[in-house]
Design a binder for this molecule. Structure first.
Ligand code: HEC
Ligand code: HEC
Ligand code: HEC
Length: 104
């Protein structure tokens, strides 16, 4: 019996640890645009099969810290940052889908 409880406790500890530490479970909010808040879901991007390095590399988002890169639409339309994928090929095109990112 003791062993079972220990296993459950260990399991719960592991799960809660994962929820805090695994950034794929994280959500980032970008609130500076007059078009409305953009919510970035780490889970959705991980589920789309995207690896950390595809975004966290020197050309895109070098630091795993929010607020270090200024995101603008001109960069996105030029195929940089979020626009590297949100170009109508790998993911929905930014130009035609404002409201899929910007929500009020
Ligand atoms: C689709 C792009 C993308 C992918 C994939 C991605 N990230 Fe991020 N991540 C970002 C962006 C954008 C930021 C904010 C960077 C900034 O503002 O400078 C960020 C920020 C973070 C932060 C800081 C969060 C905070 O609250 O400051 C951590 C930690 C992080 N990422 C870890 C990871 C890990 C680990 C992976 C892989 C499991 C991953 N990311 C995959 C785009 C991505
Ligand atoms: C490495 C490629 C890649 C990058 C970089 C990337 N995304 Fe995505 N994103 C995807 C894919 C793939 C999907 C899921 C497929 C789709 O919805 O077209 C997705 C889905 C989304 C969704 C879900 C939309 C919906 O209607 O379900 C939002 C919102 C989003 N991305 C915002 C962002 C933002 C903001 C950034 C930049 C901080 C970003 N993405 C960077 C590939 C990427
Ligand atoms: C793939 C997600 C995504 C899509 C689609 C998208 N945006 Fe953005 N947009 C962002 C992010 C992320 C920011 C940065 C917000 C911040 O820094 O708080 C931003 C910033 C902005 C800004 C303020 C900065 C600037 O460049 O002027 C405006 C205005 C804006 N978006 C308008 C639009 C319009 C209009 C559309 C549709 C034609 C659109 N966005 C589509 C993600 C997106």
């Amino acid at each position: 019996m003791k062993k079972v409880i220990l296993l459950i406790v260990a399991g719960l500890f592991f799960m809660s640890g994962a929820a805090i530490a695994v950034p794929s479970g994280k959500t980032l909010e970008f609130t500076k645009s007059p078009m409305g808040k953009v919510t970035f879901s780490g889970t959705e991007h991980a589920e789309a099969g995207i690896k950390c390095k595809e975004c966290h590399n020197p050309e895109m988002f070098p630091k795993m810290k929010q607020g270090t890169v200024k995101i603008t639409m001109s960069k996105i339309y030029a195929g940089e940052l979020c626009g590297k994928c949100h170009n109508g090929k790998r993911a929905f095109e930014a130009k035609k889908n404002c409201a899929r990112c910007h929500k009020h």
